[in-house]
Each structure stands twice: as structure tokens, then as C-alpha cells.
Design a protein around this ligand. Structure first.
Ligand SMILES: [Zn+2]
Length: 130
């Protein structure tokens, strides 16, 4: 491995802690991805889209590393920005998957829209029969 690429990777490692601390914030703000979607098929499509965005970002990261290897620096913040976007997209995938898991084990109350357990007979929010 040449020195330029090693330096780049050192820099990535040195920012890893900060990004880790920021990940909690990212995960909380990722709620917008699943939102109020109740359709599992749509949520699965969202995951598919996010994964293809992640693949594109990983390709860009690879390009930055390869450019660095050839002495073409992509600018100090370029890689950090890509990694931050990757953290956000991955957190969003987790959040959408969680939403799917909840939906698979839940049914919606026809009266108030509250998510209830699949085996519940009455809504615990409004008492309507399910
Ligand atoms: Zn209800």
C-alpha cells in the first residue's frame, strides 16, 4: 500500500470516533425514511433504493481511494462527506427493517389506526374490537 493511501486511511480511522458519536443522532433523524408507511412492499422497495444508493456511495469511496493512490487528492472533506452519507443510509436501512418487523407482528386498529399485536382482540388505545 502506498503512503498516500495509507495517510488517507489513517485520516478515516481518526474520524471514526466522531462519526460513531454522530451515528446516534443520525439514527434518530432517520425516522423520515419509514415515516407513516404501513405498506411492507413499499418499505421493501425503500430498502432496495437505499441499498442501491449505498452501492453508489461505496463506489465513490473506492474512486477517492484509487484517485489518492494516483496522487489526485479529492479534497479533505470529500471522503468524510461520503462516509457520513453512508452512515445515514445504513441507519435508514436499519430503521426501515425495524418498521417492517413491527408491521409483520402487528395489525392496525380500524377505528383509531393504533398498531396492535397480531393476536390482540381489542385495541389497547381506544378499546375497539379488532
Ligand atoms: Zn384503536
Amino acid at each position: 500500500m502506498d503512503d498516500r493511501v495509507r495517510e488517507l486511511l489513517e485520516r478515516v480511522r481518526s474520524t471514526a470516533v466522531d462519526l460513531g458519536e454522530a451515528a446516534g443522532t443520525t439514527a434518530r433523524s432517520a425516522g423520515k425514511y419509514a415515516g407513516q408507511m404501513v405498506d411492507i412492499a413499499k418499505l421493501n422497495m425503500k430498502i432496495f433504493d437505499l441499498k442501491s444508493e449505498i452501492a453508489d456511495l461505496l463506489k465513490d469511496v473506492g474512486q477517492v481511494v484509487y484517485d489518492t493512490h494516483h496522487g489526485r487528492e479529492a479534497g479533505e472533506g470529500a471522503l468524510d462527506a461520503l462516509l457520513a452519507q453512508l452512515d445515514e443510509k445504513n441507519a435508514a436501512v436499519d430503521e426501515v427493517k425495524e418498521r417492517i418487523a413491527v408491521l409483520r407482528n402487528a395489525k392496525e386498529c380500524p377505528s383509531c389506526g393504533n398498531m396492535c399485536g397480531r393476536d390482540d382482540h381489542f385495541c389497547k388505545e381506544c378499546g375497539a374490537q379488532l
